[in-house]
Write a protein that binds this ligand. Structure first.
Ligand SMILES: CC(C)(COP(=O)(O)OP(=O)(O)OC[C@H]1O[C@@H](n2cnc3c(N)ncnc32)[C@H](O)[C@@H]1OP(=O)(O)O)[C@@H](O)C(=O)NCCC(=O)NCCS
Length: 239
């Protein structure tokens, strides 16, 4: 999925506001408070000395338009293969082992642009994908005892209905996810464009922010961390 320029502009605006409010350099704010490092396919070490990141920040200092430079840099990186820790993928879902006992579930839209992957008409397909994924786990990772996830998506009924109630009920706000899609993904629609209403609300909140906590609260939805025993999933999908 190629993300729109507005998605980057939104994050840069957030980084600029953070930099001004807590008095840090813009390079640091972009590294610590946006998903841009990950979008450049640099992994998750968030190393300010990474040569590609250095190339980006050097360019920032020389560029007249920070947003334009960032997006051009992103477009030049879109063909770079991403490192994968996924053990299996079925449709929109995949999983990886967080540690020896805990499985993490990931969601990525793979539907054609005309279809909402979370729409009610696609629910049977999503449930069939998850059933197949958990069947794979049951056969290949018998040591797994729990399932965990973190995402803004757990706020949505359209996503909650895909997973067991006990998993959703365990939700707790996951703080400091500024570098991650589980927070920033809420501003995207299925085409990779920015959701106008959510972005406008967010920008308005940024303009009112008097301190860092106001910035945190400016996100329309928070990332939620969930966890439940894997048996609940085997039972829910009848595998
Ligand atoms: C998930 C995603 C595909 C939804 O986009 P979409 O299909 O264009 O969304 P739609 O407008 O068709 O909405 C589908 C449902 O989700 C709800 N929804 C979607 N995004 C929402 C948001 N940001 N805030 C509130 N509700 C939202 C809609 O209200 C709708 O619910 P309903 O069927 O109960 O009415 C899109 O946000 C996306 O690809 N995000 C990036 C991926 C991501 O966040 N990954 C993180 C994984 S941790």
């Amino acid at each position: 999925m190629r993300y729109s320029k507005e998605f980057f502009d939104l994050q840069i605006r957030f980084a600029q506001t953070v930099a001004a409010l807590i008095d840090i350099p813009i390079e640091k704010a972009l590294l610590d408070y946006t998903n841009i490092y990950v979008r450049f396919a640099l992994g998750r070490a968030f190393d300010q000395h990474h040569p590609i990141w250095r190339c980006y920040t050097d360019g920032l200092r020389k560029s007249v338009d920070l947003c334009d430079w960032t997006y051009r840099f992103y477009l030049a990186r879109t063909e770079v293969p991403k490192t994968q820790s996924k053990l299996a993928t079925v449709g929109c879902f995949s999983y990886a082992m967080q540690d020896a006992r805990c499985v993490r579930i990931h969601f990525e839209n793979i539907e054609p642009a005309t279809t909402s992957p979370l729409g009610i008409d696609r629910l049977p397909v999503r449930l069939a994908e998850l059933r197949s994924l958990f069947d794979h786990m049951r056969h290949n990772h018998q040591e797994a005892t729990c399932v965990a996830g973190t995402s803004w998506l757990y706020n949505l009924r359209a996503y909650q209905r895909c997973v067991p109630d006990g998993y959703v009920a365990s939700a707790k706000v996951a703080e400091s996810r500024f570098r991650n899609m589980p927070l920033w993904g809420q501003f995207l629609d299925r085409h990779g464009a920015v959701r106008v209403g959510a972005a406008e609300y967010f920008m308005q909140q940024l303009s009112y922010a008097a301190d860092f906590q106001d910035l945190v609260c400016g996100f329309p939805l928070q990332a939620l961390a969930v966890e439940a025993p894997i048996e609940q999933f085997y039972c829910f999908y009848a595998v």
